[in-house]
Design a binder for this molecule. Structure first.
Ligand code: SAH
Length: 461
């Protein structure tokens, strides 16, 4: 059906100039002001595209032919790049990826936060932006009666079998392949999402980069895992680096990987890793940054922006296993961390202990409830660090920060849009955004991590 008044129609073949890049990594072309989004096209390119869908204000098209390529275009090194939804911008040179992320942060801060005239530094990137992930989470399925393990095809729930992923540490790929083989050996059935039957849903592998310790988590639909003992023995034999085999039970019909119940099948409850000189114990369900090299860069920046002299009380909100807290505790007088996942706080307490810190306390709960309670108890921090999930900080937390009036706030964010929204509130409440530093935690993907320093307007720093 033709849509009236639009300069293009479905199935039209058009020759266009790419002008911009969306946050999802698609090229944007304009035809008489009408925007067409074209995945894998790059600004500066002239291309031929086929229109796939037209909405009132914008449409989508498919790249057919590149007439003039951008100098930023590179051949995606991964053979399954076009099918897999994991990476979105392998076709962009790494330098262009870093620039794209800096620009995205700049644009969003201005558009949503009204923040201009603040330096957004060039994105801090990796020397070698491959094989960086310390965690793989692989869905299991079946094809022609055989177990497969890989990735969900773009925009679908179809699992495609995969041998290796070039953003994963090699050890993780090897471990997933070994588990696939062992599970097949014992006739383990994969979970069937539609029928809600079968056993093995996901295999999650985590490696401590510095220690080499490997944790294998088998996520199953029920408590049953046939041939459990043989499976454990075979995993240990095939993968000598394994220090922990864990079963997580997820009986729900859901996309969420982990269920509530976790059992150690063999070995330790944790693996360990170091960031800088600090040793961390990490249990199966605790959050831990996936790019250890860049985590060090991010936390060093957090420490720099927190600008700790030694006398300060610091709050680390959304502290996970206490990683940033302990970085800060190296210098601060006292650090208070808060986090919603009980297992993470139990890791955090252990981490303080094994590193000999006695100036840190951790609480389980919602940051937006615990921090107001601390305020009511008379806690007056000099610095607050927040590192919330994608949805950003709760209003109640922002309100409490404004009431507590710490001299500095360091905001670590994995979502520039909610960051900008929250910065606006903090700016209106008396803070000034001083510096903004994007850090590339997720090369080849469009995800952006950013760290921001804010200061109280009436202080001199
Ligand atoms: N700073 C840590 C963790 C950051 S990820 C690190 O760098 O490792 C965000 C953390 O916030 C996760 O551990 C998540 O469990 C936790 N979280 C999510 N909602 C929360 C809330 N309302 N209050 C406190 N913590 C929360």
């Amino acid at each position: 059906m033709k849509q009236k008044g639009l300069p293009v129609q479905k199935n039209d073949i058009v020759e266009v100039q790419i002008e911009d890049l969306t946050h999802e990594g698609a090229g944007v072309a304009k035809i008489d002001g009408y925007a067409l989004f074209i995945p894998e096209a790059i600004p500066g390119e002239k291309i031929e595209a086929k229109v796939l869908k037209t909405n009132k204000g914008y449409g989508f098209a498919k790249l057919l032919k590149i007439i003039k390529a951008s100098p930023n275009r590179v051949e995606p090194p991964c053979p399954i790049f076009h099918q897999c939804g994991g990476c979105q911008i392998q076709h962009l040179s790494y330098e262009a990826q870093l620039k794209m992320k800096q620009k995205q942060v700049q644009d969003v801060l201005e558009r949503i936060g009204g923040i201009k005239d603040v330096p957004v530094h060039p994105t801090l990137g990796m020397d070698e932006p491959w094989q960086y992930r310390n965690k793989s989470q692989v869905p299991f399925g079946e094809k022609d009666g055989e177990l497969i393990a890989g990735f969900y095809q773009k925009r679908s729930h179809r699992i495609i079998d995969m041998d290796s992923c070039i953003i994963q540490q090699k050890e993780n790929d090897i471990a997933v392949q070994a588990v696939k083989e062992i599970a097949s050996r014992y006739g383990i059935r994969a979970y069937d999402e539609e029928k809600h039957r079968g056993t093995l849903r996901h295999v999650v592998v985590r490696q401590g980069k510095k220690t080499g310790e490997l944790m294998i988590v088998l996520v199953t639909r029920g408590k049953e895992l046939p041939n459990k003992k043989n499976i454990i023995d075979d995993i240990r034999e095939a993968l000598p680096g394994v220090t922990s085999v864990v079963q997580n039970i997820n009986p729900k019909r859901t996309n969420v990987i982990f269920g509530d119940e976790t059992k150690v099948l063999w070995g330790e409850e944790y693996i360990h890793d170091y960031i800088g000189d600090i040793r961390f114990a990490i249990s199966a369900r605790s959050f831990y940054q996936v790019n250890p090299a860049q985590t060090k860069v991010l936390y060093d920046k957090a420490l720099e922006y927190a600008d700790i002299k030694g006398h300060e009380t610091v709050i680390d909100a959304y502290c996970g296993i206490g990683t940033i807290s302990l970085f800060l505790a190296q210098k601060a007088k006292r650090v208070l961390g808060v986090e919603i996942v009980p297992e993470a706080i139990s890791d955090a307490k252990q981490n303080a202990r094994i590193n000999g810190f006695d100036n840190v306390d951790f609480a389980v709960g919602e940051a937006e409830k615990v921090i107001p309670w601390w305020y009511a108890q008379g806690v007056r921090p000099d610095v607050i660090v927040v590192d919330p999930p994608r949805k950003g900080c709760d209003d109640k937390l922002l309100e409490t920060i404004l009431a507590m009036k710490p001299e500095r706030v360091v905001y670590v964010s994995c979502n520039p849009a909610t960051l900008a929204r929250d910065l606006k509130v903090l700016e209106e409440g008396g803070y000034k955004t001083k510096e903004v530093q994007p850090v590339d935690m997720f090369p080849q993907s469009t995800h952006v991590e950013v760290i921001v320093k804010l200061v109280l307007k009436d202080t001199v720093n």
